[in-house]
Ligand binder design. Structure first.
Ligand code: NAD
Length: 488
């Protein structure tokens, strides 16, 4: 079956199997679970319900494949990654249809995710051949020192539902480039795209056991026991901060290398000297990309008193003009939220803010079903205690707060446990150089509403996580140092 046939068959309702040790196989218990289209609530297809026994089989396969995969030449690994990039790119439209069907984003956004996600495979195909070490003499002169870099070993990669392709490739790219074998546990809401990525790797000849895909609605039972198994050496998790904290505690048992890409609460700061056209454009991108369901989404708009009213008016006019609809309608700007729980939660944040004195400038109504739609919403006069400010929104809702000077802007921006990304609008580079070191975020966009790129180190500080994905730094997460001392 070709990649296109594989994707078409899933969209036509063929039950999806697990991918274990190079074979497509039903779950050991024979059970399946349903994956739904969030625009209609209808079931797309059933997917294998992986069990604890399947988790053990995945780890056994990854462990058995590790020695040979770690011993492949960097060029062999690079060629496989480059082949997968080419094949995904050749099937960009098929992947986009699959992403839209299971996740809801518009086809245009899904195509954007395919390009972004595939690029991690090309980027790390180029990094695979640049893993270096060093050589020298100890100060005492007694030993020659050789420092080499080795793959960490079998890695468990757990991904969220909001970027079903890119979150998988952002981990698979560096893991495979470094020579690690993997078990991918995709989110239960969007497992189909990851299975199609595994199909691509199968087509380009990745050896059996190097990639295993474990779908399940019960990750605690399926992957939980692996965290204390000595064969597993690495956990890379992208998801919510509470789950990330729980997994870090469990990973302590296995003394695992951990990379954690967790939640965010990005401030979007508009200074009084900002170009308001650019700020409104950036605000739309930072707020509504991926329907607001992004860890990088602007969560708090902090606007200087002098430009507040004009910014709110212009931003609200643009937000109000966005068209809400099914992702596969060409006119759609904002697809549905991922599920009804999410929609009810987002509406609850709006209601809470209004009860605490916020004004709804645009949006704010809960539309009727079917589909989990929510309109682009702007709230002004939002209290610092409102949950829409203190929690991660994960929807197209923009709370605006006012500040009077630089110190207040920095203090408000930093008043969160999160530290993933921040956005700053000002033409004054002196100001940028002053505030950047004071802003406690792993990434900053200056006059830019989107900063993610496979060539840049993506990641946060504080409770937003540990480690970096992408960039030259991304591969470090999957490499260990080995020091060899050689007597002279
Ligand atoms: P989530 O934490 O609910 O789930 C993430 C993944 O963890 C899913 O695959 C889920 O099945 C799995 N999981 C849940 N409990 C588990 C357990 N006990 N053991 C093992 N796996 C378990 O998050 P979500 O709702 O899928 O995604 C949204 C969250 O992800 C948001 O907080 C968002 O900010 C964050 N996110 C962060 C980044 C980043 O790079 N920092 C990127 C995308 C999303």
């Amino acid at each position: 079956m070709s990649v296109a046939e594989f994707i078409d068959s899933l969209l036509a309702g063929r039950t999806a199997d697990l991918y274990l040790d190079g074979r497509w196989t039903p779950a050991s218990g024979g059970a399946t679970f349903a994956v739904e289209d969030p625009a209609t609530g209808k079931v797309i297809t059933e997917v294998a319900e992986g069990t604890a026994a399947d988790g053990q089989a995945a780890l056994a396969a990854a462990d058995a494949a590790q020695a040979a995969w770690g011993a492949t030449t960097p060029r062999e690994r690079a060629d496989i990654l480059r082949g997968a990039f080419d094949l995904i790119t050749a099937h960009a439209d098929d992947f986009a249809r699959l992403i839209t069907a299971e996740m809801g984003k518009s086809l245009a956004e899904a195509r954007g995710e395919v390009a972004y996600g595939a690029e991690f495979l090309r980027w790390f195909s180029e990094e695979a051949v640049r893993i270096d070490g060093r050589y020298g003499t100890l100060p005492s002169g007694k030993l020659q020192m050789m420092v080499d870099r080795r793959p960490v070993g079998p890695s468990l990669l757990i991904t969220p539902w909001n970027f079903p392709l890119a979150m998988a490739t952002r981990k698979l790219g560096p893991a495979l480039a470094a020579g690690c074998t993997t078990i991918v546990k995709p989110a239960e809401l969007t497992p189909l795209t990851t299975l199609a990525v595994a199909k691509v790797f199968e087509e380009v000849g990745v050896p059996a056991g190097v990639i295993n895909v474990l779908t399940t609605t019960d990750p605690a039972a399926t992957t939980g026991p692996l965290l204390s198994d000595l064969r597993l050496r690495k956990l890379s998790f992208t998801g919510s901060t509470p789950v990330g904290k729980a997994l870090l505690a469990q990973a302590a048992e296995g003394v695992l290398r951990c990379s954690m890409e967790l939640g965010g609460s990005a401030p979007f700061i508009v200074f009084e000297d900002a170009d308001l056209d650019a700020a409104v454009e950036g605000a739309i991108a930072a707020k509504t990309r991926n329907i607001g369901e992004a860890c990088t989404a602007a969560n708090r708009f902090l606007v200087h008193r002098d430009v507040h009213d004009e910014f709110v008016e212009r931003f609200a006019a643009r937000m109000g003009a966005l068209r809400v609809g099914a992702g596969d309608e060409p006119s759609t700007d904002l697809g549905p939220l991922i599920d009804d729980r999410s929609r009810v939660r987002v509406h609850g944040l709006v209601t809470d803010a209004v009860e605490r004195g916020a004004r709804v400038v645009v949006g704010g109504d809960l539309p009727d079903g079917p589909g989990h739609f929510y309109p682009a919403t702007v709230l002004a006069g939002v209290s610092a205690e409102a949950r829409v400010v203190t929690e991660e929104i994960f929807g197209p809702v923009a709370p605006v707060q006012v500040f009077s000077d630089e110190d207040e802007a920095v203090a408000l921006a930093n008043s969160t446990e999160y530290g993933l990304v921040g956005y700053v609008y000002t033409p004054d580079l002196d100001r940028v150089m002053r505030v950047a070191p004071r802003l406690q975020f792993g990434m900053l966009g200056v006059n830019a509403g989107v900063v993610s790129d496979p060539a840049a180190p993506f990641g946060g500080v504080k409770h937003s996580g540990l480690g970096r994905e992408g960039g030259r730094e991304g591969i470090d997460e999957y490499l260990e140092y080995q020091y060899v001392g050689i007597a002279r």
